[in-house]
Design a protein around this ligand. Structure first.
Ligand SMILES: [Fe+2]
Length: 179
C-alpha cells in the first residue's frame, strides 16, 4: 500500500505525518507541486509482459499525461534483485540530487521510495503498483527500492539528458530511514 511520511529535515526520529490514505497523500504532495495519481490497470499485467504490452495498456493515461505535461516519450524500466547493477544503482540514486526535468514514474509492479527534500521538510513517498509520481525539475530528492529492488515502472520524459542526476553533496539521505 502507498504511504507518505513527512518529517522536519532535522528530525528523522519524529515524523510529523504518516499516512496510507491515498487522498491525504495526494493532497499533501499536490500542495508542494508534486503530481501524484492512482491509475487503474485496464488489464491484468504480468511482470513478464514486454514493454510494448505494458505501454499499450496504459496508453490512454500516457496520452492524457503527455498532453498535459508536454513530455514526449515513455519507456519501461524493470529492476530486480538479480540485476547486476542493482547495488551500484541503489548507491547512486540514494544520494540527494536534482534533475533538469521532471522525474515522472508510474509503478506497474513492485514498489520504490521517492524521498523529496523541500521547505525544510522530508516527504518520503513509498509508491506501489498503480501510483504515478512526478518529482518536479530542480527539487532535491533521492530514490530507494531497498536492498532487493523489485519494480517495473514507466518513465515519461522529454529528453533523456533530464535523467542525469546533479548531486547536492549533502549526505542527508543517510540520516533518514532506508526503504
Ligand atoms: Fe532522481
Amino acid at each position: 500500500m502507498s504511504r507518505l511520511t513527512i518529517y522536519r529535515d532535522d528530525s528523522p526520529d519524529a515524523p510529523l505525518l504518516k499516512t496510507e490514505d491515498a487522498a491525504v497523500i495526494t493532497n499533501e504532495l499536490n500542495a508542494i507541486g508534486v503530481r501524484f495519481e492512482r491509475w487503474e490497470s485496464p488489464v491484468a499485467l504480468s511482470p513478464d509482459d514486454d514493454a510494448e504490452t505494458i505501454l499499450a495498456a496504459y496508453r490512454p493515461y500516457l496520452d492524457a499525461l503527455m498532453g498535459a505535461s508536454g513530455a514526449g516519450s515513455a519507456d519501461v524500466i524493470k529492476l530486480t534483485p538479480d540485476h547486476p547493477q542493482a547495488a551500484p544503482l541503489r548507491e547512486k540514486f540514494l544520494q540527494e540530487h536534482r534533475h533538469t526535468e521532471d522525474e515522472v514514474r508510474f509503478f506497474v509492479h513492485g514498489s520504490g521510495n521517492f524521498v523529496l527534500h523541500l521547505n525544510e521538510r522530508i516527504y518520503d513517498a513509498h509508491c506501489t503498483a498503480g501510483d504515478l509520481i512526478s518529482v518536479p525539475a530542480n527539487v532535491k530528492h533521492w530514490f530507494d527500492a531497498g536492498e532487493r529492488p523489485f519494480f517495473t515502472a514507466l518513465r515519461v520524459f522529454t529528453d533523456t539528458s533530464g535523467w542525469v542526476p546533479h548531486f547536492t553533496g549533502d549526505d542527508i539521505s543517510t540520516r533518514f530511514p532506508a526503504a
